[in-house]
Ligand binder design. Structure first.
Ligand code: PHE
Length: 346
């Protein structure tokens, strides 16, 4: 091995390596060239191994050339890396570009169940009369559901409610929201204006107008001098707000053990407006709630002095009112959760 040979080997390597760097297709190829030429076990090192066979005065010369070769190869690699790197970035940006003009995937908006929507509308109207929403439990006890509502154990009036009992001593699924009256009286002092919307349960054979699950909204007002005219006035106002100013209304005598006197409240049938209609049983009237003056015994059970305070109460069927508002003929659709029905109320 002599100086001339080593020098020409080094020059040949420089030419080959810089040429390869210039023609490399991507940065991975550059990494490979770097390793092959400049790496610890690379070609440059291999050539320099021959340096040991040179006379001492020639060695620095070869060292200087080798450094120059390393410098040129590094420069060529750096240049190629800059060039390829920016075009690779450009290619990646193009490939991964997000088309911000593509229309978004629409988020489907939900809506209140029509029963909930009606219950809220009822609360809104009575809210304007000063009534505030309360909530009672769906599993009630016999005392609150019956006895404190003036319905003793074994009294035939219990037959007015086809009650479902649960496997808890004295427990039952409330067949109406009226036990909420007792709970509100225990929690508040008069004047009371309470609304109690909620789910109720009865042992019923299901048909177009009966279900074993349904909603009621209970109302209770207790104050000094509250009378039947107050009840009448507020229910008529409610009917006009809910069904329109021209809606006909009427009161009929009714019976409930917890109100005295008791009434049924009817509105003129919205389907026909007169006799001959299947929707109202050809009477021209539809009953939407039961009501009356709170029985003095019930006030007493509620811890309220009936000598000083009087009250009225009502309980309305939310399904019935929803059917009237929207012209729905069969209340089973409210329980089925069929989106084709529910989506019409958005
Ligand atoms: N709770 C009665 C029912 O479900 C309705 C009602 C409520 C009657 C309040 C009078 C007063 O049938």
């Amino acid at each position: 091995m002599d100086l001339a040979q080593l020098t020409s080997d080094l020059e040949a390597l420089r030419a080959r390596a810089t040429g390869a760097a210039g023609g490399a297709p991507d940065t991975a190829a550059l990494d490979a060239i770097e390793l092959e030429v400049l790496g610890k076990k690379g070609e440059l090192t291999a050539i320099l191994r021959g340096i040991g066979g040179l006379p001492a005065e020639d060695r620095p010369k070869v060292g200087a050339i080798a450094n120059a070769v390393r410098g040129s190869v590094e420069a060529a690699l750096g240049e190629a890396r800059a060039r390829l790197g920016s075009s690779e970035l450009a290619a990646r940006l193009a490939a991964e570009a997000v088309d911000v003009t593509t229309p978004g995937r629409p988020i489907r908006r939900g809506s209140l169940h029509p029963i909930m929507e009606t219950a809220r509308e009822i609360s809104r109207v009575f809210g304007q009369f000063g009534f505030v929403d309360y909530e009672g439990p769906e599993i009630e006890d016999d005392v609150t559901n019956f006895q404190m509502l003036n319905i003793p154990p074994d009294h035939p009036a219990r037959d007015l409610w086809d009650t479902l009992y649960v496997d808890i001593e004295g427990g039952l699924l409330r067949p109406h929201t009226s036990p909420g009256q007792i709970r509100v009286m225990h929690a508040e002092r008069p004047p009371i204006r309470a609304l109690l919307p909620g789910r109720c349960f009865r042992y019923e054979a299901t048909d177009a107008s009966h279900a074993s699950e349904f909603f009621q909204v209970e109302g209770l007002m207790v104050d000094e001098g509250t009378n039947l005219a107050d009840l009448k006035g507020q229910l008529v106002e409610f009917a006009h707000a809910m069904f329109g100013e021209g809606t006909a209304t009427r009161f009929r005598p009714g019976y409930y053990p917890f109100t005295e006197p008791s009434v049924a409240f009817d509105i003129g049938c919205l389907v026909c407006g007169g006799p001959g209609c299947p929707a109202c049983g050809r009477t021209g009237w539809m009953t939407i709630l039961g009501a009356g003056m709170v029985h003095p015994v019930v006030l007493q059970y509620g811890g309220i002095d009936p000598e000083r305070y009087q009250g009225f109460a009502f309980g309305m069927g939310v399904e019935r009112i929803t059917m009237l508002r929207h012209g729905v003929q069969d209340l089973r659709v409210f329980l089925e959760g069929d989106l084709r029905f529910l989506e019409q109320f958005r």
